[in-house]
Every structure is written in C-alpha cells, then in structure tokens.
Ligand binder design. Structure first.
Ligand code: SF4
Ligand code: SF4
Ligand code: SF4
Length: 202
C-alpha cells in the first residue's frame, strides 16, 4: 500500500545543492507543482504521502534522528497557514518578476525557495517531528484547499477496538479513528496497514 520511497528524498538534495551550481534544476519545482495541482482535485493531499520528494526526505531521512515530539496544534491552524502561504508565494512571484525572465535567474529563484523551505523543514523535523513542516507547508495547504473531502479515509466504527495503533503510525499525527473529516490526511496508507481489525479504508 505504501508507495513513497526513500529514493525520492535524494531529489531534495540534488535540487538544493546541485541547483546552486546549475540553477535550471530549480525548474523541477514546476513539475512538483503541476503534479500536485493535477492530483489534488481528485485525491486531496495524496501527493504529499506518496510522491513528494520532501515528504520522502522527512519520512526516511529525518525520522531516524527526529525528536518525534507532538506537532503544536497551531501549525495546523489556517490563521498561521494562510499568511505563510501568501508570504511565500508573494515573495516568489516578486523575485521572479525581478529576474526579467532570464532562465537561469528564474531557476535560481526556485532553488532559493527550495533551500529556504528545506532548511525550515529540517529544523522543525529535527526539533519537533519529521512531518512538522508538512503541517503548514504552502503546497500542503493548497492541496488541502483544492482537495478537501476527496478520497477520504473511512473508519468502520463496528470493527474499531480503539487500540490506537493507527494514531501511532500516522506521520501527520492525526486523530485517525476519531474524527471523520481529515483534510490534512496525506493518504499514505500507514494507518490502514497498521489496523489489526481492518477498520480503515479509503
Ligand atoms: S506538505 Fe509540502 S513538503 Fe510536505 S509532502 Fe506535501 S508538498 Fe511535500
Ligand atoms: S490518517 Fe492514515 S493515511 Fe492519513 S496521514 Fe495518517 S496514517 Fe496516513
Ligand atoms: S488501528 Fe484500527 S482498531 Fe485500532 S484504533 Fe485504529 S481504527 Fe481502531
């Protein structure tokens, strides 16, 4: 069921480090953006849990050395997420306008964004939890908004024995078996695999 692999995380290193010397690597971010925009209207945040290179980086590279503490609830609040989305997108567009369309300069804007957000994700990933950044990442917020209610995780209350195994494995630290709507579920399928009673399904 789980599709995300450790190998995707290498792309984060290639773009963040290689992009300094070869800015065109930054255009990879456009591919990421296009992919998640195509997927989100049908599957919500599925991209985050199955294809995102930084998600893979968090799950496989950061997780072994992360504190794995609780993600503060404020990280999920739209009062924080909406301004972060507006600030980062506004900053990126402003920088792109300044490049006057020069290909390498535009690429470097994307590389800079990648380095900036990767640095923050590593910091929070180590100090809090691997997917702490994913709780307020602008691209996650965008997918949540576009794909709310799509491909929802369903809980069979008759089968659930409240063992809590699903909550333990959830990388987003969601109350998996408690609430029905989980717009920040990244559809990774880990809870489905962990449930001993087959009470969860998409
Ligand atoms: S929230 Fe952002 S960094 Fe995390 S998996 Fe989704 S797109 Fe990638
Ligand atoms: S609720 Fe399940 S599918 Fe959704 S993020 Fe958590 S573990 Fe993954
Ligand atoms: S793992 Fe399955 S049985 Fe256990 S609490 Fe979660 S949904 Fe219920």
């Amino acid at each position: 069921m789980q599709k995300i692999t450790p190998y995707l995380g290498i792309i984060v290193i290639i773009v963040s480090v290689g992009g300094i010397f070869y800015p065109k690597l930054g255009y990879f971010l456009l591919l990421v953006f296009a992919s998640l925009m195509i997927i989100a209207p049908f599957r919500g945040r599925w991209f985050c849990g199955n294809l995102c290179p930084r998600g893979s980086f968090a799950d496989f590279w950061l997780a072994p050395i992360s504190r794995k503490a609780n993600i503060p609830p404020v990280f999920r609040s739209m009062w924080l997420r909406a301004p972060i989305f507006a600030a980062l997108m506004g900053f990126m567009v402003y920088r792109i306008i300044q490049t006057q369309g020069i290909v390498d300069k535009v690429g470097m804007v994307f590389v800079t964004m990648c380095i900036l957000t990767t640095a923050v994700s590593i910091l929070f990933g180590l100090a809090i939890a691997p997917r702490a950044w994913c709780s307020f990442c602008p691209m996650g917020t965008l997918q949540r908004t576009i794909g709310k209610g799509k491909y929802e995780l369903k809980v069979d209350r008759e089968k659930c024995i409240e063992c809590g195994k699903c909550r333990k494995v959830c990388p987003m630290q969601l109350p998996v078996n408690e609430i029905l709507s989980k717009p920040d579920c990244i559809k990774c399928g880990r809870c489905v695999e962990a449930c001993p009673k087959e009470a969860l399904r998409f």
